[in-house]
Design a protein around this ligand. Structure first.
Ligand code: NAD
Ligand code: TYD
Length: 351
């Protein structure tokens, strides 16, 4: 039995992960520590909120005292750290909170894990890792910087982050690595490409374009729209983290990609086509500062070592995602009006 602390579990990827894992592993306990920033939404967890192996805790990963008390009270054996400020455009406007949450917050979690697990000898370390005592840092391919028209990121690609967001994630990765080297903390780092799927906050490319298209607004494409991203369905990302959790080799970094490189403009056109809307809605706007041109992931390590592969075909995944947003327009409406924050009050204030 494991007691798993999932941070940032009310956000896009964390909530998909919890919805998948809580039901799959009834013998394990899941503790979701989330600050409920603008990006955290408890409506994402309505399917599991009453499960006996799931507990929500509202709080900040930077809160030393709270984090330590969670480790002690629930005898935490595993950390999967999703909590982060995650939007590049916001990091360009206001880097400060990115450094605080993404770097300092990660360090607070690492320190609590180190103190709780006391793995100061190699015997203890190996046994602990086999028993799934480990710290998994959910990182991003953006730590590698940008690519030209060919080549792919491997786990050996040097870190070369360009935005305040990716610098904060790369810094956190280095701290995680240091806790492994220095204190023998069992760790894995996963670096995935751009996720898409249900529950994604409508500030990111795909949900923003779906919503604008539905509302008859312009679809703002940065620069020439020829920037390339690799797109990974969030459910494929979740199965990959499950693999790393159960079978990952201690200390290893795993890239996770969808084998799905697409130019932004092609995605925007595809969304309009699937919704039966006109490409006249597209508007080219001023480019993002320091905009990375291309990301591409070489998946061969996780594919060969852990036998994981992405299962989604992009067109099908995109159709399902569009359908999800069509079926859940209230979800988006609650975000736009701020009503989703009231869900927390209704659910938790009188408990
Ligand atoms: P998200 O912005 O949707 O969710 C982040 C969650 O973290 C929210 O629930 C928020 O309330 C919570 N949070 C923020 N600050 C916190 C704090 N100080 N303490 C506790 N909780 C806090 O992000 P996401 O898209 O789900 O991303 C999850 C992780 O995956 C992040 O670490 C991100 O860097 C990484 N990642 C995301 C993508 C992507 O395409 N979305 C790609 C690569 C990596
Ligand atoms: P985004 O979803 O913000 O993810 P990331 O910056 O982490 O890759 O953006 C994906 C791509 O889409 C990126 O190249 C920027 C571009 N983009 C637009 O062209 N218009 C938009 O309104 C947004 C949000 C993004």
């Amino acid at each position: 039995m494991s007691n798993i602390l999932v941070t940032g579990g009310a956000g896009f990827i964390g909530s998909n992960f919890l919805n998948y894992m809580v039901k799959k592993y009834p013998e394990n306990n899941f503790y979701n520590l989330d600050k409920l920033t603008y990006a955290g939404n408890l409506e994402n967890l309505s399917l599991i909120e009453n499960e006996t192996n799931y507990t929500f805790i509202k709080g900040d990963i930077q809160d030393n005292k709270l984090v330590k008390s969670i480790f002690d009270k629930y005898d935490i054996t595993t950390v999967i750290n999703f909590a982060a400020e995650s939007h590049v455009d916001r990091s360009i406007e206001n880097p400060d909170i990115f450094l605080k949450t993404n770097i300092l917050g990660t360090q607070v979690l690492l320190e609590a894990a180190k103190n709780k697990w006391e793995l100061n000898s190699s015997d203890k370390y190996d046994t602990a890792y086999k028993n799934n005592v480990k710290f998994i840092q959910v990182s991003t391919d953006e730590v590698y910087g940008t690519l030209g028209s060919d080549g792919m990121f491997t786990e050996a690609t040097p870190l070369n982050p360009n935005s305040p967001y990716s610098v904060s994630k790369a810094s956190a990765d280095l701290l995680v690595r240091a806790y492994n080297e220095t204190y023998k903390l069992p760790i894995n780092i996963t670096r995935c490409s751009n996720n898409y799927g249900p529950h994604q906050f409508p500030e990111k490319l795909i949900p923003l374009m779906i919503n604008n298209a539905l509302e008859g607004k312009k679809l703002p494409v940065y620069g020439d729209g020829q920037q390339i991203r690799d797109w990974l369905h969030v459910k494929d990302h979740c199965t990959a983290i499950d693999k790393v959790y159960n079978e990952g080799i201690s200390g290893e970094v795993y890239n996770i990609g969808g084998n799905n490189e697409k130019a932004n403009i092609d995605i925007v056109k595809l969304i309009l086509k699937k919704l039966g809307k006109s490409s006249d809605q597209i508007e080219f706007v001023t480019d993002r500062l320091g905009h990375d041109r291309r990301y591409a992931i070489d998946n061969s390590k996780i594919t060969s070592d852990l036998k994981w592969e992405p299962s989604y075909v992009f067109e099908t995944g995109l159709e399902e995602t569009i359908q999800w947003y069509l079926n859940n327009q209230n979800w988006t409406k609650h975000i736009v009006t701020g009503d989703y924050m009231n869900y927390y009050k209704a659910m938790y204030n009188n408990r």
